[in-house]
Design a protein around this ligand. Structure first.
Ligand code: UDP
Length: 337
């Protein structure tokens, strides 16, 4: 029988795709979301994709009274915690807000879980916990350092969970360090839908393709990489969602906590990503070379071997599939679909 899973931030970009993956595997989920960075129609869209209504609790993960009611109303086998603030640049301006939402949110959730006797937790972490890496591909045992308040919050949450698990062996925690999630569900009904102007590469190229921005600014072409632009490990969000399913099932099978990278192991440059998006759109898109963006690094690529060995997880989808699905989603959204 399938598990019942609480997805905090479940209406967001990665949470929504994970709900689809869970249901396809015979599990079910309840969403907790405050809709601060998700559209109100996401639950209806999820119901259309999966063929069944979705239970949604609207609220803030820091709201302890709400959490107590939620855990009293449902018997959860596990929790996947996505709800968090995630813009690195914004975190530099609003560190206390990031610490409050991300760290206080995790602590409130974990305490509510403990009170309800739920000890399986999959946690959304990030490759930014590696800071500026010394070498790549990056294995999970590489040095960790925070170079932004955002990275600090994720590293603090990871450490809090490590300490909780060391103190109480009932905790089974899967920590998933995401590289660069992009793309959208094949239905084009859900995808990355930021409520603020996008800073990330693929949503920004989407804006250029829609004619809302004049040109992509390529942040530096003098990096020590083959074409001089930054290399990242882009992972299709549907692959990423499957990574969550594997992590969850590993915990449900009692095989223990883990820390794994979710990436492909392949580096793709800014110009290669732009070219893939141009193939998806079917025309050239304007770009210009701009100065390097503060805080960027040349290369960020995962060593995906632990995820393969431990969870049997391998990302399968190509860069072209990522860009085609991203474009299908944003172009449909732009016409009201
Ligand atoms: N990038 C760019 N122009 C943009 C946004 C991003 O050239 O408008 C580059 C950025 O410098 C990095 C890569 O695209 O090399 C991925 O950036 P993104 O913000 O998507 O993810 P990050 O790796 O910073 O988390």
């Amino acid at each position: 029988m399938g598990a019942t899973v609480l997805l905090t931030g479940g209406a967001g970009y990665i949470g929504s795709h994970t709900l689809v993956a869970l249901r396809a595997a015979g599990h079910d989920a309840v969403l907790l979301d405050d809709f601060s960075n998700a559209r109100g129609d996401v639950p209806d869209r999820l119901a259309r994709i999966t063929g069944a209504p979705v239970t949604v609790w609207r609220g803030d993960v820091r709201d302890r009274a709400l959490l107590a009611r939620l855990f009293a109303a449902h018997r959860f086998d596990a929790v996947i915690h996505f709800a968090a603030l995630k813009a690195v640049g914004e975190s530099v301006e609003r560190p206390l807000d990031y610490i409050d939402v991300n760290v206080t949110g995790l602590v409130a959730l974990a305490q509510a879980m403990r009170a309800a006797g739920v000890f399986r937790l999959v946690f959304s972490s990030t490759a930014t916990v590696y800071g500026t890496p010394e070498a790549w591909p990056i294995p999970e045992d590489a040095a960790l350092r925070h170079e932004s308040p955002y990275a600090f919050t994720k590293l603090t949450c990871e450490e809090a969970l490590r300490q909780a698990a060391a103190a109480d062996p009932r905790w089974q925690v899967g920590i998933l360090r995401y590289f660069n999630p992009v793309g959208a569900h094949e239905s084009a009904l859900i995808g990355e839908d930021p409520q603020q102007p996008p800073n990330n590469l693929v949503p920004y190229i989407g804006e250029v393709a829609l004619g809302r921005r004049p040109a992509l600014r390529v942040f530096g072409n003098d990096w020590p990489t083959p074409d001089g632009t930054g290399l990242r490990d882009y992972i299709h969000v549907e692959d990423l969602a499957e990574g969550h399913l594997r992590s969850l099932e590993h915990l449900l099978a009692g095989r223990g906590g883990h820390v794994v990278n979710l990436g492909t192991g392949q580096g793709t440059s800014v110009l290669e990503m732009l070219a893939a998006y141009e193939r998806a759109v079917g025309r050239a898109l304007p770009h210009e070379i701009a100065p390097r963006r503060p805080g960027d690094v040349a290369v960020l690529v995962a060593d995906p071997s632990r995820a393969a060995a431990l969870l049997g997880f391998r990302a399968r989808r190509t860069i072209d599939a990522m860009c085609a699905s991203a474009w299908a989603f944003v172009s449909r959204r732009a016409t009201g679909g």
